[in-house]
Design a protein around this ligand. Structure first.
Ligand code: AMP
Length: 209
């Protein structure tokens, strides 16, 4: 969990690579649907571009289907889901069915006033979901993804107006989900305001425990 631009995607990918388990990012799945022009993509595109949240029933359906795939039987890293209390409640029986007794939740802490700077200048790969930053973390070859070689683009929801709405929705709809997991004693907070490697070390330390 964490606000937009806190490094969820970058850290979730690393964690998934480290443990050889799938990285399940609802944002990546939606962006791929938008790019392929599926019905889901057509419905989600305007909502995403404005910085809003896609309806819960749709998201829960997508996650239920994804976590039923055979590669998800030995664990997975969820990134960007759940984002509302409704999604968190509907995830519970799915987790229970997947041996979810050991589910853990990481929250990346990054102050709001750093978010806009992190997101303006972000370059994203729609194919594999990798993220770069024009200044702080540029790709080796300009506009080309180091990981998969695809062209990098600026996400349509990284505009200042959409970022403000995404932050607002994080505070209003997703912070209650953080409280939901805190009450279950499975939440771990990690200071995300540090270089990528350092944040990953903090995460590994927690997961190692
Ligand atoms: P992300 O890549 O996680 O920042 O997600 C990008 C956008 O996809 C969000 O701003 C939402 O519009 C949509 N989205 C991703 N995950 C969810 C979710 N769990 N619930 C609702 N909308 C979502």
């Amino acid at each position: 969990m964490g606000p937009p631009g806190s490094g969820k995607g970058t850290q979730a990918k690393r964690l998934a690579d480290r443990f050889q388990i799938p990285h399940v990012s609802t944002g990546d799945m939606l962006r791929q649907a938008v790019q392929s022009g599926t019905d889901l993509g057509k419905e989600a595109a305007p909502i995403m571009a404005s910085g809003g949240l896609v309806p819960d029933e749709l998201m829960i359906g997508i996650i239920r289907e994804r976590l039923a795939q055979p590669d998800a039987t030995s664990g997975y890293v969820l990134d960007g889901f759940p984002r509302t209390t409704e999604q968190a409640e509907k995830l519970e029986p799915i987790l229970a069915g997947n041996g979810g007794g050991s589910a853990r939740v990481l929250q990346l802490l990054v102050p709001d006033d750093l978010i806009v700077g992190r997101l303006s200048g972000r370059l994203s790969c729609i194919k594999c979901g990798s993220a770069y930053h024009q200044k702080n973390n540029p790709p080796k070859v300009a506009n080309v993804c180091d990981r998969c070689g695809s062209e990098l683009t600026v996400r349509p929801d990284d505009t200042e107006q959409a970022v403000r709405k995404r932050l607002e929705s994080f505070h209003r709809q997703t912070i209650p989900v953080v409280a939901f997991y805190r009450n279950k004693n499975v939440l771990h907070e990690v200071d995300g305001n540090a270089p990528v490697d350092q944040v990953f070390e903090r995460i590994e330390r927690f997961v190692g425990e």
